[in-house]
Design a protein around this ligand. Sequence first.
Ligand SMILES: Cc1cc2nc3c(=O)[nH]c(=O)nc-3n(C[C@H](O)[C@H](O)[C@H](O)COP(=O)(O)OP(=O)(O)OC[C@H]3O[C@@H](n4cnc5c(N)ncnc54)[C@H](O)[C@@H]3O)c2cc1C
Length: 400
Amino acid sequence: MNNFDIIIIGAGIIGLSTAYKLIEKNPSLKICLIEKESGVAKHQTGHNSGVIHSGIYYKPGSLKAVNCITGYKMLLGFCDNNDIEYDICGKIIVATEEKELIPLKTLFERGIENGLEGIKELSGPELKETEPNVAGIKGILVPQTGIVDYKIVSAKISDLIKVKGVEIKLSEEVLDLRSEGSRVEVITNKENYSSSVLISCAGLYSDKTASMLNKKIDFRIIPFRGEYYKLKDSSRHLIKNLIYPVPDPEFPFLGVHFTRRIDGMTEAGPNAVLAFKKEGYKKSDFSISETFNTLIYGGFHKIAMKYWKTGFYEIYRSLSKKEFVKSLQRLVPKITGDDLIPGGSGVRAQACDSNGKLIDDFLFIENEKVINVCNAPSPAATSCFSIGDTISKKVIQKYF
Ligand SMILES: Cc1cc2nc3c(=O)[nH]c(=O)nc-3n(C[C@H](O)[C@H](O)[C@H](O)COP(=O)(O)OP(=O)(O)OC[C@H]3O[C@@H](n4cnc5c(N)ncnc54)[C@H](O)[C@@H]3O)c2cc1C
């Protein structure tokens, strides 16, 4: 009874879409998805900005670029077929200082290379025609960008795969994995299972699950909490759609921005503060063992040496609403602290290697019988069906 063809760890959007693509390709597969929480999409997927990314940011040919652009179309197709609301409202990326003009140009060229149609360079006055309250010297209009609720997308995938026979086991945590001949034994807090193939999509714990069968993994997940403010209802008119700064090319994060959500609320954020607990959403959340594991990792020491100034600034900005507002005022000078109330937060799973490099691209590590999704940060929600499709093709070709 506990034998499966494929076991997937994690019912975030990557685990769910991988199960969806597998069962679509081969309906006879016996698939089990194991999730430690009592529902699906309880972590990164359920705490993200809800943006359908266009692909403008990513290096042409990278896994992020390829999967984002393919995944974008697949996601819209899925939403259309399942009556899930989304809005392709477009966004602007805004340069507010001369030194941002070269990175802005690079982004525009990337967008063209990545095949985005209709993206347009905007002058300062043209920016104001799109977003009347923005202050920028130059910008880019990205008409493809949209918004959706990834919790709703995940719930729908979950319903559909259950109907097709995928077993979803909730409130069950994978504690260990063992290689048993041609199969993998999966030990949870409730049961033992056996599977021909194991796919791990464990998000913030992808380093932990990857190390269960491979003690020599050369990466760790460093958790970065992203905190949001919300615009008060009376201030929503200040922002029409999505307004982003030019991101710092040194970092894999996009900088605090304004995002209109599909439910009509507008968020400002997220920042990127080193978190002392992987799934800790409050400033006060702390895990001794997880913090210790981060602090003893050689790769983290190198990151801390390189980026300590930025790290301290992020902590300061997290504690000072005034400083957070100052960052937002670079884009929209009219915004004041009175327009904002505290919003939610999310924790990003960012992989870092032992050389102190924040791994920018998606990272998959395969061993015999096992595929580990090790680094799937933004735009992985946008890209989920493409990632799921690639993994499922690989697994079916190789094993079934
Ligand atoms: C603040 C923030 C904003 C973002 N904004 C966007 C955006 O606008 N657009 C976009 O495309 N992307 C965005 N992203 C990125 C996107 O949300 C993630 O890339 C995506 O959700 C990753 O999905 P996942 O399934 O890999 O991880 P998760 O959603 O974190 O799911 C992993 C699951 O694995 C489970 N798990 C872990 N260990 C075990 C275990 N041992 N046993 C059982 N279950 C386990 C966890 O409980 C969890 O449910 C954002 C992310 C954050 C944090």
